[in-house]
Ligand binder design. Structure first.
Ligand code: ZN
Length: 493
């Protein structure tokens, strides 16, 4: 009997070792489909507090993980526009700029991964819980010098004919513009039922005037990130050349700005559900690269105010509304004590009530919501250092063809190039580089222009101004080396 048990144990051990090895075997070939999942403002603390509350996350299931530095040309602390531009184009830029960079008095448009996918004949999609014209989706499908030009961004999406656009931001689309979308063949939907029923190859979904409500504040008719993602993939996967999709959990950032821990957890959990769906999709197919990352951390979230059992996960999970909703209710005349009891399960102390009353008289429109957040954070054992973005590196997770390259500690611009590489090239090239010759497009000095030159240009020169000999790699002669030049060298070869 003992022998049988021992054998069974060995068999089990072997099986689990084998399956582990198989799961982690690099997947060969080019990425036909690329799904980039961005948790806006999602630092490792936002991820970990969600794990503490909900248990195992899909984000823990990736075979390859790394870290990303997020600094922009403006300094250590980036915004979503500059961070997104770095992810979308392989260029560092200044905060506020959308896939443009300012060099020596001139703005340059930068070819994005989405545009590269379009050149390769792939379908494209952008999905978010913020306004669809907000910075993170915008960097993939528009070029403007200021992220606030959201109406212009809405127009540029149409020029790109992006197949799927789903999020909030109805207020940025004029009736005339919506007519133009219709004329161009888009199905336009505004609610959950319409989203479910929609078909066709072009889909615009606008589910809120501004951002889609926080998870905690939604009612059952509100559209969530998973609904949108499932629909987007079902539309995009029809293309035999594959697709490029960016999905943003956009309000992890807003909740972190507000220091609203319950919303941080709820938004990150929703994002993780989308990660799980996309990871399972990629596992079934074998030709899909899934990259999960954050553009930056927000709030400087610290976990634990003491040793030992310091964080109250049950209290976090019992909260039923965002701090901004609670603040709104109090401002509209409801009793603070009743609001905090009903939505946060908190019996306010005299001191806490005082804090809230003081904040009600403040001229700062966020004072009340901030005071509520501070009371909750203190009770559950977490603390934010600010209401702003921070400089700390963020997590990077990858699965699919080429995913092993992402096991690194580098910058957004490097991740961007790895994604471009996985879309354009099979496997790695190890090639001697003799330097650029006088032949246009010859990056490795063998007097021929071929795939290797495109590869070397991508890895070594994208993100640079076309000066001196590097000018020979500027195929479209626009003064910079970007993904379009890589594409043109590849086309030439
Ligand atoms: Zn932010």
């Amino acid at each position: 009997m003992k022998k049988v048990l021992a054998l069974a144990f060995i068999a089990l051990l072997l099986a689990s070792t084998l399956s582990f090895a198989m799961n982690n075997k690099p997947i060969e070939g080019r990425a036909k489909n690329v799904i980039i999942l961005i948790g806006d403002g999602m630092g490792i603390s936002q991820l970990y507090i969600t794990k503490l509350c909900y248990g195992h996350l899909a984000m823990q299931d990736f075979p390859y993980t790394g870290y990303e530095m997020t600094d922009s040309l403006s300094g250590e602390v980036t915004d979503s526009a500059a961070a997104g531009t770095a992810i979308a184009t392989g260029f560092k830029t200044y905060n506020g700029m959308i896939s443009q960079v300012y060099i020596d008095g001139k703005d340059y448009n930068l070819t994005t991964l989405l545009e590269l996918a379009e050149k390769l004949g792939k379908s494209t999609g952008l999905v978010t819980t913020t306004r669809i014209t907000h910075a993170t989706p915008a960097v993939f499908g528009a070029h403007v010098d200021d992220r606030d030009k959201e109406r212009e961004i809405a127009k540029q999406y149409l020029e790109h004919k992006i197949n799927v656009l789903l999020g909030g931001g109805k207020e940025m689309f004029s009736p005339e513009l919506l007519e133009k979308y219709k004329d161009a063949g888009y199905t336009i939907v505004y609610n959950k039922n319409e989203l479910e029923d929609a078909n066709g190859n072009y889909l615009l979904g606008l589910f809120a005037d501004s951002h889609i409500p926080y998870v905690l504040d939604r009612n059952k008719d509100d559209v969530g990130l998973l609904d949108m993602t499932k629909k987007a993939i079902s539309v995009l996967e029809k293309n035999k050349n594959g697709f490029f999709l960016m999905v943003e959990g956009g309000r992890i950032d807003h909740a972190s700005h507000a220091n609203d821990i319950a919303s941080v957890v709820a938004e990150t959990k929703e994002f993780d559900d989308v990660v799980r769906y996309c990871l399972n999709y990629a596992k079934k197919r074998g030709d899909t690269l899934v990259v999960v990352l954050a553009d930056h951390e927000t709030g400087g979230l610290g976990l634990g105010l003491n040793y030992g059992k310091a964080i109250d996960e049950d209290e976090i999970l019992s909260i039923k509304a965002s701090t901004s909703k609670m603040a709104k209710l109090i401002k509209s005349g409801e009793d603070p004590k009743e609001v905090l009891k009903k939505y946060a399960n908190i019996d306010l102390s005299a001191e806490e009530l005082n804090k809230i009353k003081k904040a009600m008289n403040s001229t700062n429109k966020y004072a009340l919501s901030n005071a509520i957040a501070e009371i909750i954070d203190n009770r559950v054992g977490v603390k934010f250092i600010s209401h702003k973005h921070t400089a700390v590196p963020v997590p990077l997770l990858a699965y699919g063809p080429g995913a092993e390259d992402f096991m690194s500690f580098h910058h957004h611009v490097d991740t961007s190039k790895l994604i471009a590489k996985d879309m354009l090239f099979n496997g790695d090239y190890v090639v001697p580089i003799y330097g650029i010759t006088h032949v246009k497009g010859d990056a490795n000095g063998d007097y021929r222009v071929n795939k290797l030159d495109a590869y070397i240009t991508l890895i070594n020169y994208v993100g640079q101004k076309a000066e001196g000999r590097v000018k020979l790699l500027d195929m479209d002669n626009n003064g910079i080396i970007d993904y379009n030049d890589v594409y043109l060298i590849l086309e030439h070869s």
